[in-house]
Design a protein around this ligand. Structure first.
Ligand SMILES: NC(=O)c1ccc[n+]([C@@H]2O[C@H](COP(=O)([O-])OP(=O)(O)OC[C@H]3O[C@@H](n4cnc5c(N)ncnc54)[C@H](OP(=O)(O)O)[C@@H]3O)[C@@H](O)[C@H]2O)c1
Length: 439
């Protein structure tokens, strides 16, 4: 039997604890699956006095990251501390010390993928990151290995469980955004500071990782246009429902044309109106789902728990078994991720993406307002598919009334120009609210 594989886990919080549990409680299963013993040799944390909810073998818990990374009995360093500064240094140090690296850190990959992967190639070591996108859902392997006969043509994904939980609570329970957020925090689905989840940043980091694998583009997080769910109003969720849609925070990549030397891919994260009958609309609560269309296979869907201790640990340990078997090293070398290899795609601004749009205005019930709005849309060559205007109450003739317009397909840039014009209308109470409609 091959020599045991020594492992250091750097960070024993939510994910690290799950990984340690599997390594300590399922060692027989891991040995059977990988053909060699996998031994936990070091666990590094900030505060060794903290209760961990897992029994660690004696003498392996410490605070010295450098010692763990340099330890000659460690062959694989699992970075589960989070953040992009110290974590990056830990990963680079581990690679230069000749260790393979496993990480669940999408922010690090989105931010410094090129640097980390160049260091790995220079050190002839592998970096594995199945857990970095969609937690327990094996989407990295699906894209990097199982779908390699395809050129991916689009990805539409629910990649942030917190946002999906909040949107589900708003749609099903009629809650406001603030009420749904409090519920998510109570149930442990949202952090005390939920900013990165609800403003679309987390989903953008994950989309950057998927776009690297599917299209070979190295999109930095700031290059991905993003809109979160933090300004969604209950009335838009309600109107969407009345029109037969539900609003989902989607991370999307659209290739055009699907293949060829001068193809482009548009990347964005936004609340999107999805038909209630669509597969993505059925994904509820804190779940993640990724719909990938490939030019050979057609439409595929991957769904499951996108975060949490054991689902995420499941992916981390799968990477560890792949390293123990030797599969991961081959896949890493073959995939050439973040290598600058030109796969023919460049990033296209979202302005050119064509979509239908939902437009909701609050207007004073005055003659000519609807005509002005329609003219602003027509000036940008946008035709309207339906209009719903509620009547003002007779006892409140000055009351603002919602005007909901669904457009036909239009380029995003043209639609935005029309909305800019509409926003200047004196009869509007507040700015227009709009979402792309996925049809
Ligand atoms: N949570 C999830 O469901 C999930 C899902 C997918 C991916 N991820 C990713 O997985 C990574 C870890 O997330 P998490 O939720 O497990 O984080 P977490 O619960 O905050 O745990 C972080 C761990 O890292 C340790 N740590 C932080 N800075 C350190 C330092 N300078 N030196 C030594 N130890 C340090 C902490 O030590 P102490 O315990 O002593 O404070 C803690 O054990 C992140 O990159 C995250 O994005 C998380």
């Amino acid at each position: 039997m091959a020599e045991p594989l020594g492992v250091a886990v750097i960070g024993c919080g939510t994910v690290g604890t799950g990984v340690v549990k599997i390594l300590t409680e399922q060692s027989g299963r891991l040995e059977q699956r990988s053909g060699r013993s996998i031994q936990l040799r070091r666990v590094v944390v900030r505060d060794p006095a903290k209760a961990r909810g897992v029994t660690l073998p004696s003498g392996i818990l410490g605070t010295d990251v450098a010692a763990a990374v340099r330890d000659p009995s460690v062959h694989v360093v699992i970075e589960l501390m989070g953040g992009t500064t110290t974590a990056k240094q830990v990963v680079l140090d581990a690679l230069s010390a000749g260790k393979h690296v496993i990480t669940a850190n999408k922010a690090l990959l989105a931010d410094a993928g090129a640097e980390v992967f160049a260091a790995a190639r220079a050190a002839e070591r592998a970096v594995c990151f199945e857990a970095a996108v969609a937690g327990g859902v094996p989407i990295i392997r699906a894209l990097a290995e199982s779908l390699t006969a395809n050129q991916v043509t689009s990805i539409q994904a629910i990649l942030n469980g917190t946002s999906n939980f909040i949107l589900t609570a708003m749609a099903d329970g009629g809650r406001s955004y603030a009420e749904a957020l409090v519920e998510a925090q109570k149930l442990g689905y949202a952090e005390a500071d939920p900013t990165l989840d609800v403003d679309g940043s987390d989903a953008a980091h994950k989309l950057a990782v998927l776009a690297q694998i599917a299209f070979g583009v190295a999109a930095r997080p700031h290059e991905i246009e993003r809109q979160g769910i933090d300004h969604i109003e209950a009335m838009d969720i309600r109107f969407a429902g009345e029109l037969g849609y539900t609003i989902k925070l989607l991370a999307e990549a659209w290739a055009s044309p699907a293949a060829g030397r001068n193809s482009t891919v548009a990347l964005h994260v936004a609340p999107v109106m999805v038909r209630k009958t669509d597969m993505l609309a059925q994904v509820r609560g804190a779940y993640n789902a990724i719909q990938v269309i490939g030019d050979v296979v057609g439409e595929t869907l991957y769904q499951g728990p996108g975060a949490g201790m054991m689902p995420t640990a499941s992916s981390v340990v799968a990477d560890l078994i792949d390293l123990a078997v030797g599969r991961a090293q081959k896949s890493f070398a073959a995939a050439k991720l973040w290598s600058g290899a030109d796969r023919g795609f460049s990033i296209e601004p979202s302005e050119k993406v064509r979509s239908r749009f939902y437009l909701r205005l609050l207007v004073r019930d005055q003659p000519g307002v609807l005509a002005d709005v329609c003219r602003a849309l027509a000036d940008e060559h946008i035709s309207i598919s339906s209009v719903i205007q509620h009547e003002a109450r007779e006892d409140h003739p000055d009351q603002l009334v919602p005007l909901v317009i669904m457009t036909h397909y239009a380029a995003t840039g043209h639609f935005r120009a029309a909305v800019k014009m509409i926003d200047t209308h004196p009869a509007l109470g507040g700015k227009a609210v709009s979402y792309p409609v996925d049809d």
